[in-house]
Design a protein around this ligand. Structure first.
Ligand code: GLV
Ligand code: GLV
Length: 321
Protein backbone atom coordinates (compact mmCIF):
# COMPACT_ATOMS: atom_id res chain seq x y z
CA UNK A 1 0.00 0.00 0.00
CA UNK A 2 1.33 3.41 -0.82
CA UNK A 3 1.77 5.71 2.13
CA UNK A 4 -0.23 8.95 2.24
CA UNK A 5 1.73 11.97 1.04
CA UNK A 6 2.20 14.76 3.58
CA UNK A 7 3.77 18.09 2.69
CA UNK A 8 5.27 20.22 5.49
CA UNK A 9 5.78 23.86 4.53
CA UNK A 10 8.89 24.34 6.68
CA UNK A 11 11.91 22.28 7.62
CA UNK A 12 11.21 20.73 11.03
CA UNK A 13 13.68 18.78 13.21
CA UNK A 14 14.25 15.37 11.62
CA UNK A 15 14.21 13.65 15.05
CA UNK A 16 10.52 14.58 15.43
CA UNK A 17 9.65 13.66 11.84
CA UNK A 18 11.65 10.49 11.36
CA UNK A 19 9.46 8.12 13.48
CA UNK A 20 6.45 9.27 11.44
CA UNK A 21 8.01 8.27 8.15
CA UNK A 22 7.13 4.63 8.77
CA UNK A 23 3.48 5.37 8.05
CA UNK A 24 3.63 8.60 6.09
CA UNK A 25 5.47 9.76 2.99
CA UNK A 26 6.66 13.14 4.30
CA UNK A 27 8.34 15.88 2.29
CA UNK A 28 9.45 19.12 3.95
CA UNK A 29 10.24 22.47 2.42
CA UNK A 30 14.02 22.79 2.58
CA UNK A 31 14.41 25.85 4.78
CA UNK A 32 13.85 26.47 8.47
CA UNK A 33 13.57 30.21 8.08
CA UNK A 34 12.39 30.98 4.56
CA UNK A 35 8.73 30.32 3.81
CA UNK A 36 7.77 28.07 0.92
CA UNK A 37 7.25 29.93 -2.35
CA UNK A 38 3.75 30.09 -3.79
CA UNK A 39 4.50 27.98 -6.84
CA UNK A 40 5.90 25.09 -4.81
CA UNK A 41 3.03 25.32 -2.33
CA UNK A 42 0.47 25.20 -5.14
CA UNK A 43 2.16 22.20 -6.72
CA UNK A 44 2.45 20.31 -3.41
CA UNK A 45 -1.10 21.07 -2.25
CA UNK A 46 -2.41 19.71 -5.52
CA UNK A 47 -0.65 16.44 -4.88
CA UNK A 48 -0.79 16.04 -1.07
CA UNK A 49 -3.17 14.05 1.12
CA UNK A 50 -2.32 16.35 4.04
CA UNK A 51 -0.38 19.57 4.55
CA UNK A 52 1.20 20.92 7.71
CA UNK A 53 1.21 24.71 7.40
CA UNK A 54 2.71 27.71 9.20
CA UNK A 55 0.80 30.85 10.20
CA UNK A 56 2.86 32.68 7.58
CA UNK A 57 1.38 30.59 4.73
CA UNK A 58 -1.77 32.00 3.12
CA UNK A 59 -4.00 29.05 2.31
CA UNK A 60 -6.58 30.65 0.07
CA UNK A 61 -9.53 29.48 -2.00
CA UNK A 62 -7.68 28.91 -5.31
CA UNK A 63 -5.15 26.68 -3.51
CA UNK A 64 -7.87 24.67 -1.77
CA UNK A 65 -10.04 24.31 -4.85
CA UNK A 66 -7.28 22.63 -6.83
CA UNK A 67 -6.32 20.29 -3.96
CA UNK A 68 -7.60 17.09 -5.48
CA UNK A 69 -6.47 14.66 -2.76
CA UNK A 70 -6.17 16.93 0.25
CA UNK A 71 -8.03 15.84 3.39
CA UNK A 72 -6.54 18.15 6.02
CA UNK A 73 -4.67 21.40 6.52
CA UNK A 74 -2.99 21.12 9.93
CA UNK A 75 -1.90 24.62 10.97
CA UNK A 76 1.00 24.88 13.41
CA UNK A 77 -0.70 27.62 15.47
CA UNK A 78 -3.77 28.21 17.59
CA UNK A 79 -4.79 31.02 15.22
CA UNK A 80 -6.05 30.16 11.73
CA UNK A 81 -6.77 33.50 10.10
CA UNK A 82 -4.27 32.53 7.37
CA UNK A 83 -6.64 29.86 6.07
CA UNK A 84 -9.85 30.39 4.11
CA UNK A 85 -12.18 28.32 6.29
CA UNK A 86 -15.24 28.85 4.10
CA UNK A 87 -13.37 27.51 1.09
CA UNK A 88 -12.05 24.54 3.08
CA UNK A 89 -15.55 23.71 4.29
CA UNK A 90 -16.97 24.02 0.79
CA UNK A 91 -14.54 21.45 -0.59
CA UNK A 92 -14.70 19.19 2.48
CA UNK A 93 -11.13 19.69 3.73
CA UNK A 94 -10.55 19.58 7.51
CA UNK A 95 -8.60 22.45 9.07
CA UNK A 96 -7.00 21.88 12.46
CA UNK A 97 -5.06 24.11 14.87
CA UNK A 98 -2.93 23.56 17.99
CA UNK A 99 -4.89 24.81 21.02
CA UNK A 100 -4.18 23.84 24.65
CA UNK A 101 -0.59 22.65 24.18
CA UNK A 102 0.57 26.27 23.80
CA UNK A 103 -1.71 28.00 26.32
CA UNK A 104 0.62 28.27 29.30
CA UNK A 105 3.71 28.94 27.17
CA UNK A 106 2.00 31.80 25.36
CA UNK A 107 0.70 33.20 28.64
CA UNK A 108 4.26 33.14 30.03
CA UNK A 109 5.51 35.15 27.05
CA UNK A 110 2.59 37.58 27.20
CA UNK A 111 3.30 38.26 30.85
CA UNK A 112 7.04 38.52 30.18
CA UNK A 113 6.33 41.10 27.47
CA UNK A 114 4.08 43.04 29.82
CA UNK A 115 6.74 43.09 32.52
CA UNK A 116 9.56 43.85 30.11
CA UNK A 117 7.61 46.80 28.73
CA UNK A 118 6.62 48.11 32.16
CA UNK A 119 10.11 47.83 33.61
CA UNK A 120 11.98 48.76 30.43
CA UNK A 121 13.98 45.53 30.54
CA UNK A 122 15.02 45.47 26.89
CA UNK A 123 15.82 49.18 26.80
CA UNK A 124 17.96 48.80 29.94
CA UNK A 125 19.84 45.85 28.47
CA UNK A 126 20.59 47.82 25.31
CA UNK A 127 21.67 50.80 27.43
CA UNK A 128 24.38 48.77 29.17
CA UNK A 129 25.54 46.96 26.06
CA UNK A 130 25.92 50.27 24.22
CA UNK A 131 28.27 51.46 27.00
CA UNK A 132 25.88 54.16 28.21
CA UNK A 133 25.85 53.18 31.91
CA UNK A 134 28.16 55.73 33.51
CA UNK A 135 26.52 56.23 36.91
CA UNK A 136 23.81 54.79 39.10
CA UNK A 137 20.99 57.33 39.32
CA UNK A 138 17.73 57.36 41.29
CA UNK A 139 15.44 57.54 38.28
CA UNK A 140 17.65 55.73 35.80
CA UNK A 141 15.40 53.45 33.68
CA UNK A 142 12.54 54.02 36.12
CA UNK A 143 9.52 52.19 34.82
CA UNK A 144 6.03 51.68 36.10
CA UNK A 145 4.61 49.17 38.61
CA UNK A 146 2.85 46.01 37.56
CA UNK A 147 1.67 44.74 40.96
CA UNK A 148 -1.65 46.05 42.29
CA UNK A 149 -2.50 47.63 38.93
CA UNK A 150 -5.50 46.90 36.74
CA UNK A 151 -5.08 44.48 33.87
CA UNK A 152 -7.59 44.53 31.01
CA UNK A 153 -7.66 41.39 28.89
CA UNK A 154 -9.37 41.69 25.51
CA UNK A 155 -10.12 38.19 24.22
CA UNK A 156 -10.69 35.86 27.17
CA UNK A 157 -9.90 32.47 25.65
CA UNK A 158 -7.70 29.85 27.22
CA UNK A 159 -4.62 32.07 26.92
CA UNK A 160 -6.47 35.05 28.41
CA UNK A 161 -7.43 32.99 31.43
CA UNK A 162 -3.85 31.75 31.82
CA UNK A 163 -2.62 35.37 31.76
CA UNK A 164 -5.26 36.28 34.37
CA UNK A 165 -3.96 33.51 36.66
CA UNK A 166 -0.48 34.98 36.42
CA UNK A 167 -1.82 38.47 37.14
CA UNK A 168 -3.45 37.28 40.36
CA UNK A 169 0.02 36.38 41.65
CA UNK A 170 0.92 40.05 41.16
CA UNK A 171 -2.17 41.20 43.10
CA UNK A 172 -3.61 42.81 39.97
CA UNK A 173 -7.31 43.54 39.46
CA UNK A 174 -8.36 41.84 36.26
CA UNK A 175 -11.02 43.07 33.84
CA UNK A 176 -11.83 41.22 30.66
CA UNK A 177 -13.77 41.84 27.51
CA UNK A 178 -14.94 38.96 25.35
CA UNK A 179 -17.68 38.14 22.85
CA UNK A 180 -19.30 35.94 25.47
CA UNK A 181 -19.31 36.17 29.26
CA UNK A 182 -17.05 33.70 31.04
CA UNK A 183 -19.01 32.96 34.22
CA UNK A 184 -16.64 30.14 35.12
CA UNK A 185 -13.59 32.40 34.96
CA UNK A 186 -15.43 35.11 36.87
CA UNK A 187 -16.21 32.66 39.65
CA UNK A 188 -12.86 30.86 39.81
CA UNK A 189 -10.48 33.76 39.13
CA UNK A 190 -12.47 36.74 40.35
CA UNK A 191 -12.08 38.51 37.00
CA UNK A 192 -14.73 41.07 36.04
CA UNK A 193 -16.43 41.51 32.69
CA UNK A 194 -16.25 45.02 31.23
CA UNK A 195 -17.58 46.63 28.06
CA UNK A 196 -14.73 47.38 25.65
CA UNK A 197 -14.76 51.15 26.32
CA UNK A 198 -15.00 50.66 30.05
CA UNK A 199 -11.98 48.33 29.99
CA UNK A 200 -9.99 50.82 27.92
CA UNK A 201 -10.80 53.62 30.36
CA UNK A 202 -9.93 51.65 33.50
CA UNK A 203 -7.03 49.36 32.64
CA UNK A 204 -3.38 50.22 33.32
CA UNK A 205 -2.37 47.33 31.04
CA UNK A 206 -4.50 46.51 28.02
CA UNK A 207 -3.61 43.08 26.66
CA UNK A 208 -4.98 41.92 23.32
CA UNK A 209 -5.38 38.15 23.00
CA UNK A 210 -8.34 38.09 20.61
CA UNK A 211 -8.17 36.04 17.41
CA UNK A 212 -8.15 38.01 14.16
CA UNK A 213 -11.64 38.04 12.64
CA UNK A 214 -13.75 40.54 10.70
CA UNK A 215 -15.05 41.82 14.06
CA UNK A 216 -11.68 42.21 15.77
CA UNK A 217 -9.69 43.63 12.84
CA UNK A 218 -8.43 47.11 13.81
CA UNK A 219 -10.48 47.10 17.01
CA UNK A 220 -7.56 49.01 18.52
CA UNK A 221 -7.89 52.15 16.41
CA UNK A 222 -7.42 55.87 17.03
CA UNK A 223 -10.65 55.99 18.99
CA UNK A 224 -9.69 53.04 21.21
CA UNK A 225 -6.23 54.42 22.03
CA UNK A 226 -7.75 57.84 22.83
CA UNK A 227 -9.93 56.24 25.51
CA UNK A 228 -6.98 54.65 27.34
CA UNK A 229 -5.19 56.28 30.28
CA UNK A 230 -2.19 58.38 29.30
CA UNK A 231 -0.19 56.03 31.54
CA UNK A 232 -1.57 52.91 29.86
CA UNK A 233 0.59 50.15 28.41
CA UNK A 234 -0.75 48.28 25.36
CA UNK A 235 0.34 44.67 24.83
CA UNK A 236 -0.50 42.70 21.69
CA UNK A 237 0.23 38.97 21.62
CA UNK A 238 -2.50 37.80 19.23
CA UNK A 239 -2.47 39.17 15.69
CA UNK A 240 -0.99 42.43 14.45
CA UNK A 241 -4.03 43.41 12.43
CA UNK A 242 -6.14 43.67 15.58
CA UNK A 243 -4.42 47.04 16.04
CA UNK A 244 -3.98 49.90 13.60
CA UNK A 245 -0.22 50.49 13.80
CA UNK A 246 -0.43 54.04 12.44
CA UNK A 247 -2.93 54.92 15.17
CA UNK A 248 -0.76 53.17 17.77
CA UNK A 249 2.29 55.12 16.65
CA UNK A 250 0.39 58.42 16.86
CA UNK A 251 -1.03 57.55 20.30
CA UNK A 252 2.51 56.82 21.57
CA UNK A 253 4.08 59.90 20.02
CA UNK A 254 1.27 62.17 21.22
CA UNK A 255 1.46 60.73 24.74
CA UNK A 256 -2.10 59.39 24.66
CA UNK A 257 -0.70 56.10 25.97
CA UNK A 258 2.67 55.44 27.62
CA UNK A 259 4.16 52.32 26.08
CA UNK A 260 3.53 49.22 24.00
CA UNK A 261 4.79 45.64 23.94
CA UNK A 262 4.26 43.88 20.63
CA UNK A 263 4.80 40.24 19.71
CA UNK A 264 2.80 40.61 16.50
CA UNK A 265 2.63 43.11 13.65
CA UNK A 266 0.40 44.05 10.75
CA UNK A 267 3.04 42.79 8.33
CA UNK A 268 5.44 40.11 9.48
CA UNK A 269 8.35 40.34 9.48
CA UNK A 270 8.02 44.07 10.24
CA UNK A 271 10.41 46.26 8.26
CA UNK A 272 13.24 47.49 10.49
CA UNK A 273 12.61 51.05 9.27
CA UNK A 274 9.01 50.99 10.56
CA UNK A 275 8.36 54.13 12.69
CA UNK A 276 7.16 52.06 15.67
CA UNK A 277 10.62 50.54 16.00
CA UNK A 278 12.17 53.97 16.48
CA UNK A 279 10.35 54.46 19.79
CA UNK A 280 12.15 53.55 23.05
CA UNK A 281 8.81 52.92 24.77
CA UNK A 282 8.00 50.10 22.34
CA UNK A 283 9.27 46.60 23.15
CA UNK A 284 9.15 44.23 20.19
CA UNK A 285 9.37 40.49 19.78
CA UNK A 286 9.33 38.45 16.53
CA UNK A 287 6.03 36.55 17.09
CA UNK A 288 7.45 34.09 19.63
CA UNK A 289 4.42 33.59 21.90
CA UNK A 290 4.52 29.80 21.84
CA UNK A 291 8.21 29.48 21.00
CA UNK A 292 9.72 27.12 23.52
CA UNK A 293 11.37 23.92 22.43
CA UNK A 294 8.95 21.83 24.50
CA UNK A 295 5.81 23.52 23.20
CA UNK A 296 6.87 23.68 19.56
CA UNK A 297 7.52 19.95 19.69
CA UNK A 298 4.06 19.36 21.18
CA UNK A 299 2.52 21.56 18.47
CA UNK A 300 4.20 19.54 15.71
CA UNK A 301 3.07 16.30 17.37
CA UNK A 302 -0.51 17.56 17.62
CA UNK A 303 -0.45 18.52 13.93
CA UNK A 304 0.61 14.99 13.03
CA UNK A 305 -1.95 13.45 15.37
CA UNK A 306 -4.63 15.47 13.55
CA UNK A 307 -3.21 14.42 10.18
CA UNK A 308 -3.09 10.74 11.06
CA UNK A 309 -6.58 10.71 12.51
CA UNK A 310 -8.09 12.36 9.45
CA UNK A 311 -6.15 10.15 7.04
CA UNK A 312 -7.45 7.13 8.96
CA UNK A 313 -11.01 8.35 8.49
CA UNK A 314 -11.53 9.68 12.05
CA UNK A 315 -12.26 13.18 13.26
CA UNK A 316 -9.27 15.41 14.00
CA UNK A 317 -8.38 15.90 17.67
CA UNK A 318 -8.49 19.69 17.37
CA UNK A 319 -10.51 20.55 14.25
CA UNK A 320 -11.46 24.12 13.40
CA UNK A 321 -13.73 23.04 10.53
C1 GLV B 1 0.54 31.98 17.14
O1 GLV B 1 0.39 33.15 16.95
C2 GLV B 1 -0.54 31.06 17.14
O2 GLV B 1 -1.63 31.40 16.68
O3 GLV B 1 -0.33 29.93 17.61
C1 GLV C 1 -7.36 31.02 21.79
O1 GLV C 1 -7.83 30.14 21.13
C2 GLV C 1 -6.92 30.82 23.14
O2 GLV C 1 -6.61 29.67 23.45
O3 GLV C 1 -6.85 31.82 23.87
Amino acid sequence: MTKPYVYVTRKLPEEIISPLREKLDITMWGSEEEPVDHETLAKEIKRADAVLTMLSDQIDRPLLEQADHLKIVANLAVGYDNIDLEAAKAVGITVSNTPDVLTETTADLTFALLMATARRVVEADTFIKQGLWKNWAPFLMAGTDVHHKTLGIVGMGRIGEAVARRALGFSMDVLYHNRSRKQQAEASLGVKYAAFDELLEQADYVVCLAPLTEETKYMFDENAFSKMKTSAVFINASRGKNADEKALYQALVNGEIAAAGLDVFEEEPIDSSHPLLSLDQVTCLPHIGSATKETRQKMVELCFENIQRVLNGSKAKSPVV
